[in-house]
Design a binder for this molecule. Structure first.
Ligand SMILES: [Zn+2]
Length: 102
C-alpha cells in the first residue's frame, strides 16, 4: 500500500512536468496583459481544467497565480458567487464559490 506522502510527492512531480517554470512565467505574463486564464492556458498547451489542480501542488506558483487573478479581475463582477464564475471569472473567490457547491 502506498503512503499518502508518496502520492503527494508524485503529484507535485507531475505538476512540475505539466507546469515547468518557463511555462508558469509565460502564463503569468499573459494574464498581466489581460488574456483570460483559460485562453492563456490553452495557448500554452495546458488543459485549463488541469491548471488549477496542478497549481495546488505548487504552492508558490498558486500564490502568484491567485494574486495575478485578483489583480486582473473585473471589479464590476460579483466575486465569490456562481454568477462571477459563470461570467468566466476565475479569481480565487469565484473558484471557491463553485467548489462549495460540489
Ligand atoms: Zn471573481
Amino acid at each position: 500500500m502506498r503512503h499518502q506522502t508518496d502520492d503527494a510527492e508524485n503529484s507535485a512531480a507531475n505538476a512540475e512536468r505539466e507546469l515547468p517554470p518557463s511555462v508558469r512565467g509565460r502564463l503569468i505574463a499573459k494574464l498581466r496583459t489581460g488574456v483570460h486564464v483559460e485562453d492563456a492556458a490553452r495557448e500554452l498547451g495546458i488543459n485549463p481544467q488541469r491548471l488549477f489542480s496542478a497549481a495546488r501542488m505548487l504552492p508558490s506558483f498558486e500564490e502568484q497565480l491567485d494574486a495575478t487573478l485578483m489583480a486582473e479581475r473585473d471589479p464590476d463582477l460579483p466575486h465569490g458567487t456562481v454568477t462571477g464564475y459563470n461570467k468566466r471569472c476565475r479569481c480565487p473567490e469565484c473558484r471557491a464559490a463553485i467548489n462549495r457547491r460540489f
